[in-house]
Design a protein around this ligand. Sequence first.
Ligand code: AMP
Length: 389
Amino acid sequence: MLTDLRSLNLKNRKVLVRCDFNVPLENGAIADASRIDASLQTIRYILEQGGAAILCSHLGRPKERDVKYSLKPVASYLSDKLGMKVALAPDCIGDITGRLVSALAAGHALLLENLRFHPEEETNDADFAHELARGKEVYVNDAFGSAHRAHASTVGVTRYLTERAPGFLMMREIEALSALTTNPEHPYIAILGGAKVSDKIGVIRNLMTRVDVFLIGGAMAYTFLRAMGEATGKSRVEEDKIGLAVELLQAARARNVSFELPSDHVVAAEPSADAAVEVVTRIPEDKMGLDIGPQTIQRFISHIALAKTAVWNGPLGLFEIPAFAHGTMAIGQALAGSAAKSVLGGGDTAAAVAGQPWASRFWHISTGGGASLEFLEGIELPGIKALEK
Ligand code: AMP
């Protein structure tokens, strides 16, 4: 059982809030602040209730202290958004930070420096977790994107902070994704794309027992087409996964799950913006498939039109190059506009549709790529389990 954040007494209490401020930076500036925006509701609530919010997050993958990965730009962004000064502590643990935490007044927020400046964060070191908990009384985890990792700030710390609850963003993610794992309405379709079959094996296996239709695009489709004996030219094929692809195709047939693969392709000699592009039904030897073709788009859209539940993970082509983004955009737009309960998961997929006028019409856009896939695989996420009583 998870505790409702609204049932906790936060007044005059020090609240450690694990956020997901792992935002993309360009030349030291925040390139996309949507992850920070997604946590504001929880932070504002804690402040309004008279709590003192001590915010923590990781940013990037530093192995030690590295100014490039400082959360400084996040502190300024938060100060702006919250309309109050949010100071950045020099570290996430230690005496100076400890003094800043104890001096923090009710209704105010302090941001701790990048958790990953300490390797002990990722090894879930007990002493580090204890230090992180020191001086705090309540723990709130709003970092769904990190919930599949058992780190000190997502799991270890809960040993020392027994009053704990998911934040509102975490709760929304759990509720939305649970709608897909518990009694989803049928027809239920899964649209999967992206680079590799190997990343999606678990989710395909698990969804096999739940969905009625798979719509497969992206580079991973070519491993399946090869498994069916079709020509794939120079397309990205995972040679060592062809056997597995055969197995998955057989499993789908045995369960009467329809496994839809592309029947036409946008191909080019190389994955570049100035390559000559053509649409083919059979991929020539010297070309590679870089997007699903118009006939495939129509077929996929006709499945989407009937769906009551849909999950989408992974772009259907090399969307970073506009000439190969059409399939991803057409499918995204159809899904967002459909009557289905549509859930979009995965950083790449969300990045592909970000900024499109129809993107807000998805039923739910998950903030966690790996975390949402593991949730849909039926794996218990350590960061959620640790919040339970
Ligand atoms: P993933 O991280 O597995 O979701 O993969 C996303 C990446 O797969 C994106 O960078 C896409 O450009 C890439 N991708 C999708 N379709 C293709 C394709 N047909 N050929 C090469 N790369 C692709």
